[in-house]
Design a binder for this molecule. Structure first.
Ligand SMILES: Nc1ncnc2c1ncn2[C@@H]1O[C@H](COP(=O)(O)OP(=O)(O)OP(=O)(O)O)[C@@H](O)[C@H]1O
Ligand SMILES: [Mg+2]
Length: 286
């Protein structure tokens, strides 16, 4: 766990200026309504080998129906190291999902007005959404995890190896031949995460995966993500949640308010910060 951190000086030369990529053509959707979304085709090198996601001074505005420009993200900066799970917390409407979507470049062209700042993501990115039923598209677990591998020109043996390895990481190996419609919501989420891992994604963006899950499924999903980041691939995860008891599983967290990152630090620092702010319904489980 890290203590409170301060951001190192900007090294923008290695980063992508967001103003140049707010186009749907730079975004590749995995297809057929699957919840996973590939990151930009262009992969920008991270600032250092240990940094998987770096966002610096990022601002986004949207134009409302009345033509008024509404700032959504204001000078947001954050870093997520490779091999770590960081959480993104904050009240409804503060900009968490928007920030994730900027990472994955899945904002449709025309929705956003001029933007400033830089986003660097180290390698392929996968986005997993809240609704488990939108995450899995194939009849069996094995077929679903293998679904995205067609584009890699792998042998059948290599596909089996990747599928099994990914399912191992999320604790779902024994469900290989099981029909996906028989899985619980959390198990479907874990299959979706396995699909991303099978495709060798380096960055997992996870938006309120556990909102509709019971405690057993919640713990299963979060442990699957923890295990994924602990693996040899150096995967980094950014996890949006309202369930504060999940904080104890994080290497660190960012708090957002009104489009800004107002705090970052390890779990206990964030817990203290939220206690001081007297955020209602606090239950960190520690
Ligand atoms: N295209 C858009 N046009 C206008 N306003 C938008 C647009 N996209 C997002 N917003 C507004 O930006 C704010 C942030 O939205 P966002 O979905 O990122 O919040 P959030 O923190 O994820 O909230 P929640 O916790 O409820 O999921 C909201 O007030 C939302 O209405
Ligand atoms: Mg949201």
């Amino acid at each position: 766990m890290q203590g409170l951190t301060s951001l190192p000086p900007a090294r923008q030369a290695a980063c992508c200026p967001v103003t140049t990529v707010s186009s749907s053509s730079s975004c590749s959707w995995r297809s057929r309504g699957r919840g996973r979304v590939a990151g930009r085709r262009r992969v920008f090198p991270a600032v250092s080998a240990a940094t998987a996601i770096e966002v610096r001074d990022l601002s986004f505005s949207a134009t409302g129906r009345n033509g008024r420009v509404v700032p959504i993200l204001r000078d947001c900066s954050l870093q997520v190291p490779a091999g770590q799970l960081w959480m993104l917390l904050g009240p409804n409407g503060c900009g968490k999902s928007t920030l994730l979507r900027v990472h994955s470049s899945s904002v449709l062209a025309g929705l956003l007005n001029p933007t400033s700042g830089t986003v660097c993501v180290d390698g392929p990115t996968s986005f997993v959404f809240q609704n488990p039923d939108h995450q899995v598209v194939m009849p069996t677990v094995e077929a679903d995890v293998a679904f995205g591998l067609g584009k890699f020109n792998l042998t059948a043996k290599e596909v089996r190896y990747r599928v099994r390895g990914a399912l191992d990481s999320v604790g779902m190996s024994k469900y290989l031949k099981i029909p996906v419609q028989t899985l619980s919501g959390g198990q479907k989420q874990r299959v979706a995460i396995a699909g991303a891992l099978a495709e060798a994604c380096k960055v997992l963006l996870l938006d309120e995966l556990t909102t509709f899950l019971d405690e057993t499924d919640q713990i299963g999903v979060i442990k699957a993500v923890r295990n994924s980041v602990a693996g040899p691939g150096g995967v980094a995860a950014l996890w949006v949640t309202h369930r504060l008891e999940e904080l104890k599983y994080a290497d660190g967290a960012f708090c957002m308010e009104d489009g800004r990152i107002v705090m970052q630090g390890d779990a206990s620092s964030i817990a203290n910060f939220l206690r001081q702010k007297q955020v209602p319904h606090l239950d960190f489980g520690f």
